[in-house]
Design a binder for this molecule. Structure first.
Ligand SMILES: C[S@@+](CC[C@H](N)C(=O)[O-])C[C@H]1O[C@@H](n2cnc3c(N)ncnc32)[C@H](O)[C@@H]1O
Length: 227
């Protein structure tokens, strides 16, 4: 795997995220993302690709519903946790975990569902290029689901964030585009895709002090028209 160094040369994205995950036994909630559940429950199970799968909650949930999931992340620590969760859930045979720095390599194949849930990184990440590769990996008739934060969390400067789920690091250098901006950046050919959803979605999560706060997520759901 090729490594991209951060601008200051301190750490590669892999080193950054391995260190981030190693800070605690569990970083995320362990629950699948709300939007993923809402937007894929009605889809017939097929093949799925989860980009930036983290500790594997989405991949395990999809596999539990019959999907054959390829889940990828740059962090070895995260992938080890995802493997453990898949085994615990009895779906290890339906989850193929692959380590990629998506700036340098991308899982092979075409998928009925390609999901990028909060694929944000304070370490360098060419997100637009990765999302274009994500669109290219959607099989005819398949779905591309991209969810991202609409803005930084209210506790941006608070790092004592025991209970946060998705955003425990600064977003100062993280690009947080609108769904329309994401759609434009995909540069999709005319007539080949249907925009099924492009919206802002409020979501309640626990803040650093354990009290619920409402965050806004950007959601883009596209269907590649059958060939
Ligand atoms: C904000 S987390 C989201 C994790 C998960 N999708 C979720 O919703 O809980 C971003 C994830 O992207 C991964 N990531 C960041 N840069 C990456 C890269 N260049 N290649 C692959 N994965 C990357 C991180 O390791 C991390 O697991």
């Amino acid at each position: 795997m090729t490594h991209t160094r951060t601008a200051d040369g301190d750490a590669t994205p892999a080193e950054f995220w391995d260190a981030r995950y190693a800070e605690r036994d569990q970083i995320w909630s362990g629950e699948p993302n709300t939007i993923l559940v809402r937007e894929t429950t009605a889809l017939p199970p097929g093949t799925a690709l989860d980009l930036g799968c983290g500790e594997g909650a989405d991949a395990v949930w999809l596999a539990g519903r019959g999907w054959r999931v390829t889940a990828t992340d740059v962090s070895r620590v995260a992938l080890e946790r995802a493997a453990r969760h898949a085994a615990d859930a009895g779906v290890a045979d339906r989850v193929d975990l692959q380590r990629h720095d998506l700036a340098a390599s991308f899982p092979a194949g075409a998928y009925d569902l390609v999901s990028a849930q909060f694929l944000h990184s304070p370490a360098p990440l060419p997100r637009e290029e990765v999302l274009r590769a994500a669109a290219a990996a959607v099989a005819p008739g398949g779905t591309l689901l991209i969810t991202g934060h609409a803005g930084p969390p209210p506790w941006e400067h608070d790092h004592d964030d025991e209970h946060a789920q998705h955003d425990q690091h600064d977003h100062h250098d993280v690009d947080l585009p609108t769904p329309e901006e994401v759609l434009a950046s995909l540069r999709l050919p005319d007539g080949e895709w249907e925009v099924q959803l492009s919206e802002e979605h409020p979501r309640v999560q626990n803040g650093p002090d354990g009290r619920p706060v409402t965050r806004t997520d950007n959601v883009l759901k596209l269907r590649r028209l059958p060939a």
